[in-house]
Ligand binder design. Structure first.
Ligand code: ZN
Length: 133
């Protein structure tokens, strides 16, 4: 089991961690890599890493959909929006790998989605090898 530390600098931010994950993969064999975050106000997702405007538009739309202050929210921390966005993104992603490389699509990257930063986050990474070539 590996741990990837991620530092966010804004309340809401998508931080790509693809390189960090690739660097920790087993160099030989193929299998699946599970990434999991133990936090309740950030998430993990896979999406486009070519045009940075995609990140911008995703965060903009989530903010429109789920405002931080909403009539009826009761949670005393005033971060119910972050909890909801965290559940929408999910707390894990699973990606196949082969010989030290993630089998992502050309335009795909893995993101930690921060919804209640800035702070330090941890992502657990566990790789299971299913076969060796
Ligand atoms: Zn909370």
């Amino acid at each position: 089991m590996e741990t990837i530390k991620v530092r966010s600098h804004q309340r809401e931010e998508m931080i790509e961690i693809t390189r960090e994950v690739n660097n920790l993969l087993p160099e030989t064999g193929e299998g699946i890599c599970v990434l999991f975050t133990q936090h309740t106000t950030c998430g993990l997702t896979i999406n486009e890493n070519a045009d940075p405007d995609v990140k911008h538009d995703m965060l903009l739309f989530l903010r429109e959909l789920i405002p931080q202050y909403y009539k009826g929210f009761r949670h005393f921390e005033h971060n119910s929006d972050a909890h909801i966005k965290s559940s929408l993104m999910g707390s894990s992603v699973t990606v196949p790998f082969s010989n030290g490389k993630l089998l992502l699509g050309t335009w795909q990257g893995i993101y930690l989605c921060e919804f209640d930063g800035a702070r330090e986050r941890k992502v657990l990474m566990s790789c299971s090898i299913s076969s060796k070539e």
